[in-house]
Structures are given as C-alpha cells and as structure tokens.
Design a protein around this ligand. Structure first.
Ligand SMILES: C[S@@+](CC[C@H](N)C(=O)[O-])C[C@H]1O[C@@H](n2cnc3c(N)ncnc32)[C@H](O)[C@@H]1O
Length: 285
C-alpha cells in the first residue's frame, strides 16, 4: 500500500499537483470503499494491493494527473456535514464556502421566526441551501440556479439532503422569478456564492479553468455584475433586521460594502476566511 501511495503521489506530482498526498489517500480510499484514515492505517500495517483495485487506482491517478478534479472522479464532494453528488457541469463546492454558509446558519438560527426562511441564489450543486436545511432543522430554503446541468445535480442533492424543506428553482436571477418575488419581506437570510471572477482574470488551475463551468466563474468586467443584482433583489426580499451573506474574491470587500450600503443595507462587514483572506461580506436590512 505504501508503495502504491508513493507511485500515485509521483504520478500526480508529474501532472503539476504540488501536494498530492491527500488526493492519493482519497483515491485509494474511494476504490477500496474505506475512509482516508483507514487507508493511512492500512499503509502502516503494510497491507497489499493487487488486481482490479490496483488497476483502478492507477487509472484514477492518471486521470487526476491530467487535472480532472478529484471530486469529478469520485462523484462526491463533502460540504460541512453533508456529501454532495457532483460532476461535469456543476461548480465543485469549496472549503471557503463552508465558512460563508456558517454566517448564514448563524443568522438563520438567530431569526425570530420558528420556521426561518432562507434564499440561496446561484445554488450550483445546492451546497449552501442544503447545509442550511440540514443544520437549521426548521428552516425553509429556496434555491435558484440558472444552468440546467447544475440544476440536475442540485435536484439529485435536494432529493438526498433536502428533507422536503428545500425548494429548488431553475431560473435566471437577472429576470423576474415569481416564486422568489412572492417571498418579499419574509426572507430572514439571503445568501449567495455567485460567479465573481472578473472576466479577464482566467484562473490558472486547470481544475478550475477547464472543469468549473464558465457561468459559475465569471461575473463581468469587475466580477460584480451578479452581486449588484443580488443586492438590489435582496433589499426587496429580506425582512427588516434580516441578513445578506455574500462570498467574494479577496480584493472585492470594499467595493461590495459600498454597493450594499448604497442600496440601503446597513452594518456591512467583511470577514476573513480560515486562511486570513477577506472572502465574505455580511450586512443587515
Ligand atoms: C460560484 S458557483 C457557486 C455554486 C454554489 N453556490 C457553491 O457555493 O458551491 C455560481 C453558480 O451561479 C450560477 N449562476 C450564474 N449566473 C446565474 C444567474 N444569472 N442566475 C442563477 N444562477 C446563476 C452558476 O451556474 C453557478 O452554479
């Protein structure tokens, strides 16, 4: 097992993956159907691999070395307490978004209503919406996604994790959506991780550039086209005292605080993620 892990690490390193250790263990775990911790234990015990398992592990390693995201290979993406189905056509949920979801969860738990209402715009796989429903048991959550491909992944995830409290809509948030408009004044938390990459800033990582859908990444000249839409839409949806929670790129905090405040939001605040980067802004209606 140790030799196979070393071989996998070398294959992926040759493909340009700087730190392939975790991926090597996760690939072996995926093929064997065991946890990463169990793989580490099996390696320490000197357990052997052979036959079909070994061939499958080598195939996964070669695919990962060609920079296909690990989550597309396994079909799974852990997100907070749940595990989402993902693949081509949907944005792979990121660890930093788990922190963004935490702001929304805290605001939802603090809402006065016994059945607080959240809206997740640009839901992708449904990650944020489903984390909210899973961790705030009485919450009712609406989620909107424009891409039919992403919506199909989200539908599968809503079926698995939505507990009958997540309403998923296929729609474009730049156009009127009657089911969302009907929530005007009743929403406790509006949350979004929208596309926010400026259109001329093509990401360097092939996993992102070549496998995340362009619709999920680019947000116009300064990256904020959808943030402007969400801010204005949110002012009409969120109840007085309710919250907006937005994920964004590190440099966008000041511009987002300004645009939120000019739309009528108050107490706009930008927060650091676990790596010390400004990646989320919250404000109150
Ligand atoms: C950065 S991804 C985030 C996905 C998910 N919220 C997450 O955190 O993993 C942005 C998502 O917004 C969707 N999107 C882009 N433009 C949209 C629009 N006008 N209306 C609704 N969804 C849109 C994309 O298809 C993509 O799924």
């Amino acid at each position: 097992m140790g030799e196979v892990l070393a071989e996998l690490r070398a294959t992926m390193h040759d493909g340009g993956i700087v730190d392939p250790s975790a991926d090597a263990e996760l690939i072996v775990g995926h093929v064997l159907g065991v946890s990463r911790g169990r793989v580490q234990a099996l390696a320490l015990l000197g357990s052997a691999l052979a036959g079909e398992d070994l061939a499958a592990i080598r195939r996964f390693g070669a695919d990962r070395a060609s920079r296909i995201p690990l989550q597309h290979l396994t079909g799974r993406a852990p997100f907070r307490e749940i595990e989402l189905s993902v693949g081509p056509g949907v944005f792979v949920p990121r660890p930093e978004t788990e922190g963004v979801a935490q702001f929304a969860i805290d605001a939802l738990r603090a809402a006065p209503s016994p059945e607080p209402v959240a809206v997740d715009l640009c839901t992708g796989s449904g990650a944020i919406a489903l984390a909210l429903a899973h961790e705030v048991p009485a919450a009712r959550v609406w989620a909107v996604e424009k891409s039919a491909d992403a919506h199909a992944w989200a539908s599968r995830n809503v079926e698995r994790w939505g507990d009958g409290r997540v309403r998923l809509l296929l729609g474009d948030i730049t156009e009127p959506l009657s089911a969302i408009d009907a929530l005007a004044g009743d929403v406790d938390v509006l949350v979004s991780n929208p596309p926010y990459v400026p259109e001329d800033m093509v990401p360097r990582d092939p996993e992102v550039r070549d496998h995340d859908p362009a619709l999920a990444l680019y947000g116009g000249p300064d990256g904020l086209d959808l943030v402007r839409v969400i801010s204005r839409l949110g002012i009409g949806l969120v109840r007085p005292g309710g919250s907006i929670v937005l994920e964004h790129a590190e440099a966008q905090g000041p511009a987002i605080r300004r645009l939120l405040e000019s739309d009528g939001w108050r107490a706009a605040e930008t927060h650091l993620d676990l790596t010390g980067r400004d990646r989320a802004t919250t404000a109150l209606r």
